[in-house]
Design a protein around this ligand. Structure first.
Ligand SMILES: NC(=O)c1ccc[n+]([C@@H]2O[C@H](COP(=O)([O-])OP(=O)(O)OC[C@H]3O[C@@H](n4cnc5c(N)ncnc54)[C@H](O)[C@@H]3O)[C@@H](O)[C@H]2O)c1
Length: 304
């Protein structure tokens, strides 16, 4: 059986990837420091869990040895935390990604798939596509742009098949620890609380179910000849927050109470991704539309 190393595999998207890898015939090893992930996310899988930090080069080389591919998902949390503490964010995400690449090189792993985001694009993320110039608006976006640059460099300098995938807003089971809008809204509704909406709800996002991302990650690892390239992985559908609230309400069987607040400074108004390249080159094809994905996410929250 081919073996894959998943950094951050005890987290939300990583644990969905571990399940997709098993279905695709891979043996998965997870390296995670459990800073936000949990072994509970791996229950029911055969994944081997190595507790460690991606920035520990020796530990990473040991974990990567014997693997066909490294999926690098381990990262510090998102935009807000990076604004409060840009140096820690750089260390976790930029140095973390460089260390993962160097570990893969030293362990003779031919391929690495790096989980990036639309954040490197900043205002250019409407719509997000692979050919737009990078112009991050947050330290988090800069750290992901740096990771993308190192993937390009390891492809150029060492011939490594380093592939970048950029996720839009992910949601799904095992996201209870996340601060993204969908888990946040679900937690508040389940607690009988009102939802807080900044602005008029016309701002848009591209919400993608974690299992669709996992399928895209596996495709990025198993498609030949894509080293050095970037792929947008998303639903390709633009959804307003007002519509999201309607759909979550329908899932929960209630009309949510919404408190409106003024728009937040620096928030991007519209955002979705073009996924034609991933469709054409990787055969990526998102399967779970938002209503269905919200139902499955709500059911998971109800079962915990
Ligand atoms: N969730 C989204 O909407 C989204 C969107 C775009 C990109 N991404 C990227 O996808 C990846 C996974 O995100 P997620 O939403 O599953 O988050 P998550 O917090 O659930 O997962 C991250 C995992 O990495 C681990 N980790 C963090 N720092 C580590 C370190 N130094 N060494 C080892 N393990 C470490 C955490 O314990 C956790 O299990 C991240 O790289 C994130 O930037 C996520």
């Amino acid at each position: 059986m081919p073996r894959a190393l998943v950094t951050g595999g005890a987290g939300f998207i990583g644990s969905a990837l571990v399940r997709a890898l098993a279905a695709a015939g891979f043996d998965a090893r997870v390296l995670d420091d459990l800073s936000s992930g949990s072994p509970a996310n791996l229950e029911g899988t055969d994944a081997e869990l190595v507790r460690g930090d991606v920035r520990d080069l020796d530990g990473m080389v040991g974990a990567a040895r014997g693997c066909e591919v490294v999926f690098h998902l381990a990262a510090g949390a998102g935009v807000v935390e990076s604004m409060n503490d840009p140096l820690t964010n750089f260390d976790q995400n930029a140095r973390g990604t460089l260390t993962a690449l160097e570990a893969a090189r030293r362990a003779d792993v031919p391929r690495l798939v790096f989980s990036s985001s639309n954040a490197p694009l900043g205002e250019n993320a409407y719509p997000a596509s692979e050919d737009k110039p990078v112009a991050p608006l947050s330290p988090y976006g800069a750290s992901k742009a740096t990771g993308e640059a190192y993937c390009s460099a390891f492809h150029g300098a060492y011939g490594m098949d380093a592939v970048v995938v950029r996720f839009s807003n992910a949601y799904g089971p095992r996201s209870a620890h996340k601060g993204n809008v969908i888990p946040l809204f679900i937690r508040r509704l389940r607690a009988g609380e009102e939802l807080v909406l900044y602005g008029d709800g016309s701002q848009t996002r591209d919400f993608v179910f974690c299992e669709d991302l996992a399928a895209g990650l596996v495709a990025a690892a198993t498609t030949r000849g894509v080293g050095g390239q970037i792929f947008q992985l998303a639903s390709g559908v633009e959804t307003s927050l007002a519509r999201l609230i309607e759909l979550i309400g329908a899932t929960a069987g209630i009309t949510p109470e919404v408190r409106r607040e003024p728009p937040r400074q620096g928030e991007i108004q519209r955002n979705y991704s073009l996924i034609d390249k991933a469709r054409n080159v990787l055969g990526y094809s998102p399967q779970v539309e938002l209503g269905e994905g919200l139902r499955r996410t709500w059911d998971w929250f109800s079962s915990t």
